[in-house]
Design a protein around this ligand. Sequence first.
Ligand SMILES: [Zn+2]
Length: 108
Amino acid sequence: MMKSDAAQAEPEGFQGKKNIYVCEKCKGHIVTVDLERGVTPFMVDCRATHGCKGMMKSSMYRVFDQEIRADHEWYRPTAIQTLSPWERDHVSRGGLLLRKAKHLSVVK
Ligand SMILES: [Zn+2]
């Protein structure tokens, strides 16, 4: 049995796990991977289509093939001074932030 306060102190982590976010508006999707142990939001702004104002919804890590290549990654920022108030609050609660996967940004 798990005590709820213990779960609060150490959030359930999905380090190394792939997840898919699907946009409700354009139906585009991204594949993410958790680089660290931490909390990821259920909804994020659309990143599949440039200029889309939709929200992307998490597949809750129910990804059939975990070999799938991630194009985005959840990371823990080292310098929180540069973050927006929302991001800073999110990170201070154990949250991770989303960025384009490294192997893609290098190619670009
Ligand atoms: Zn979209």
